[in-house]
Design a protein around this ligand. Structure first.
Ligand code: ADP
Ligand code: MG
Length: 393
């Protein structure tokens, strides 16, 4: 297997010093993530089970007291973006810089005295691959500003700040999973997160110790369809909960699913609403199934649950795409234990659970299947459960 994604990048501190002419006060890191199971559950108050990737966004940062916010990313063309914190306003553009600027805005909007900063970023998280480079960028900024301005906010509180930046400043309607994963995951664990109250548990998950590999396959596809489809799924789920008379689909026990689907049909619900409810309640249940298997040390048995999750996303939620379906089919034919798309779908990445000894062969089969179908080569790497956001120096 060839690791097609670099896990260490250029040193942001060196770039900082070159750009701004002095040494940064510190360097912080925040990872990208994949979600093992529990998709489209986070806006239904449900459960998710993400893990942090070895790939991370690093930020060299110094605080300023004069209201100036200077931002530079080594991953995008263009120089330093210079803004004034008191002039930051939601939906005012700024391209990529809106993500870190949105964090400064969200902190200030919550009453925290953030008076400017110089920031230099580098990242090894592929952007737009469904691996949450946006959350890594928000989270690393939030952690750095929290430390430098001694705000005393916790990981979950900083995740909420990052989500506010993305929802309200950038204008992307994402749930809380990505920022929570980047902020709160720990090495050797998946994060069982209850998105209703943000209670969490670190669930031991160390594929390598069990002779397994969790492959991440980046299809390198991003279908434009994604944004409207997300809003439509979200509205359909809310409609389902309303018709069932519950606050959110999370409140429907799995044992009551069949009866609820009958109720929905009787109430004249659109057939799409019935499919969405079946997916969300099923995936919430699959999170609990996978956690029970991980706790029992029976990681291999999670494979078929991942496959079921993929079928549900493909057939009921209808957020997959031919490339993601091809990864799952080819990997399973090549002997994987199970696979599913991860993240919002319509492109992005899939996870494949495979015996470590077979990982190279499975990666090769998937890559060849892409070539045979005329798709660009996918990115394939091992998603070892890694550390969440932290100060490096
Ligand atoms: P994902 O979070 O799945 O990678 P998104 O579309 O949510 O995809 O976020 C990707 C966007 O986040 C990029 O287009 C860019 O604007 C911003 N971004 C992420 N990482 C970086 C980075 N290291 N430098 C600059 N911008 C970044
Ligand atoms: Mg994102």
């Amino acid at each position: 297997m060839t690791a097609t994604v670099q896990q260490t990048g250029p040193d942001p501190a060196a770039i900082f010093t070159e750009l701004y002419g002095y040494e940064p006060h510190g360097v912080w890191s925040a990872p990208g993530r994949v979600n093992l199971i529990g998709e489209y559950t986070d806006f239904n108050d449900g459960f998710v089970l993400p893990l942090a990737l070895p790939h991370a966004t690093r930020a060299a940062v110094s605080a300023r007291t004069d209201g100036v916010l200077r931002l530079h990313s080594g991953d995008v063309p263009g120089g330093v973006v210079s803004l004034r914190v008191e002039e930051l306003a939601p939906h005012s553009g700024h391209g990529w810089a809106a993500y870190p600027a949105g964090v400064a805005w969200a902190l200030r909007a919550a009453g925290h005295p953030v008076t400017g900063a110089d920031i230099a970023l580098t990242s090894t998280v592929p952007t737009g691959a469904g691996l949450s480079s946006s959350a890594a960028l928000e989270t690393v900024t939030a952690f750095a500003l929290n430390d430098l301005f001694q705000l005393g906010l916790s990981g979950p509180e900083l995740a909420v700040v990052g989500r506010r930046a993305e929802n309200d400043f950038v204008g992307v309607p994402c749930g809380i999973m990505d920022q929570m994963a980047s902020a709160c995951c720990t090495e050797g664990h998946a994060l069982h997160l209850d998105t209703r109250d943000l209670s969490l548990r670190q669930v031991p998950f160390d594929p390598a110790a069990q002779g397994l590999t969790l492959l991440v396959v980046d299809t390198r596809v991003k279908h434009a369809l994604g944004d409207g489809a997300y809003a439509e799924r979200r509205a359909g789920c809310e409609e389902g909960a309303r018709l069932l008379g519950i606050p959110a689909l999370r409140d429907l026990p799995y044992a009551s699913l069949d009866a609820a689907l009958t109720t929905l049909a009787g109430a004249g619900a659109d057939e799409s609403v019935i499919r969405y409810v079946r997916h969300v309640v099923g995936d919430n249940h699959r999170v609990e199934q996978v956690i029970a298997l991980l706790d029992a040390g029976d990681v291999r048995a999670a494979g078929p649950v991942l496959n079921e999750g993929h079928r549900s996303l493909r057939d009921d939620l209808r957020v997959s795409c031919p490339e993601l379906d091809l990864v799952v089919a080819a990997a399973n034919e090549a002997g994987a234990l199970g696979a599913r798309m991860t993240g919002g779908g319509f492109g992005g990445s899939a996870v494949v659970l495979v015996e470590a000894a077979a990982a190279g062969a499975v990666a090769e089969v998937v890559t060849k299947a892409f070539a045979a179908a005329g798709h660009a080569a996918p990115g394939v790497f091992a998603g070892a459960p890694s550390a969440g956001a932290r100060r490096l120096r």
